[in-house]
Design a binder for this molecule. Sequence first.
Ligand SMILES: Cc1ncc(COP(=O)(O)O)c(C=O)c1O
Length: 473
Amino acid sequence: MKPRDHTKLLGELAEAYTQHSPRSASLNETAMQTMVDGGSHSLRLIKPFPPRIVSAKGAWLKDEDGHDLLDFWQGHHANILGHNPEVVTAVLAQAFQSGYGLLTGFTESVQIETAEILCRQTGAERVRFTISGAMATMYAILLARAFTQRELVMKVGGGWHGAQPWGVIGVHFYASGGEPWQVESQGLPPGLSQQVINTRFNDPDALHDHFRQYGDRLACFIVEPFVGAGGFIFATPEYLRAARQLTDQYGVVLIFDEVVSGFRFRAGDLGALYGVKPDLAAFAKGMGGGMPVAAVAGRADIMKLCGREGGNKVMFVGGTYSCHPASMLAARAQLTYLVAHEEQIYPHIACLGEKARRVMEETFAQEGIYVRCTGYGNEVVPGSSVVIPNFPYEEGRELATPEDVNDPAVCDTTLRDKVCQLALLLEDVHVVHGGGSLTAAHTEADIAFFSEACHRAARRIKAGLGGRTATWT
Ligand SMILES: Cc1ncc(COP(=O)(O)O)c(C=O)c1O
């Protein structure tokens, strides 16, 4: 399907939004004078300009124009308890007053407890902390390559493991209508892209084929048990079991990227719900309580390669801000709370997630716009707190891979990413890829607010589409 042209509708929405948020518009012009595109994270820099946020509490944000925005982006899905959760901020406030919070560059005792919780909740034998998800996945790959003494890295096409050399190859991987299309970053070392094999998510047959072809040369297979940026899609149990069996058979390190999924669906790793244990895992977002903290965790015999016992073969030495005390305090507070309240938090946010998905599907359907949300659980994940609305051109189209949801020939991605974002901002709702994540701070009243906002946004979108609705054909 040829992607639909939304230029006119986007122009109308941008104009209305500029009138709605004049102060953010003006700040954007100032920001553009010094920062590339007016900021430092491409996804945040929405067009025509992002809302400039002044404060955030729980499910809500305040922007420079005085709007209260219901937030579903929630710190790139890091917030399980909402923005600025008391359980974390109280500990940090106290630490900053007592001369502890900015105690950079020492080893203290909080990191021991944080590591203990992480190992206990994920079944990892050893952990080393770092400061971002991208660094964690990069170090995990270095460890795997050193451990196996092999070169090739296999990943899922369309998966996102952060902006690190292997992670930026095959992020856009659309299989429709010919050869897969890989967009790579320029500036990478020569030959790096030949070291990365992309396989199709949730496709055990493709996995078997790739292992038959490359298995003896593969260092690792890195996969998200729940594809985050690639479209909010859970792995099938069959797929993860095949991944474990094949990596064992070929002596390949299985890395789970749990940067999004870790602590979002239970107080630990998502792999445990599938009964599949990786050799290494990367954690970040959900464990930090809003602070920058990440970790590589897993088998002691692999992890030791970055330590004395393993001859310091992998230079995962840590950096200035590794194990930053404020981050460790936040992580300890967050993890302790999540573990203690696991039975209340996760069913609650999964229930809100279910409601948010239904709201999107039903409100848009009432305007004749077919939406199929991703984020639904499966036979091993009973429910989930995440939602992305997709607009497939063909009703009933299966949405099981990043290619399915991100290929503009399959789904109307502009409608999801750009039109919905602006239409919902005009209703004081802040989304990413049209949706986002629910937190323990969201309430039933927020869902009701969201429902009203979706009704109005869908009506506006329908009017802008000029009657082209339903299944689009
Ligand atoms: C699955 C996954 N892995 C890794 C990363 C990178 O994490 P960070 O942004 O902290 O570098 C992300 C970020 O969104 C992610 O979604």
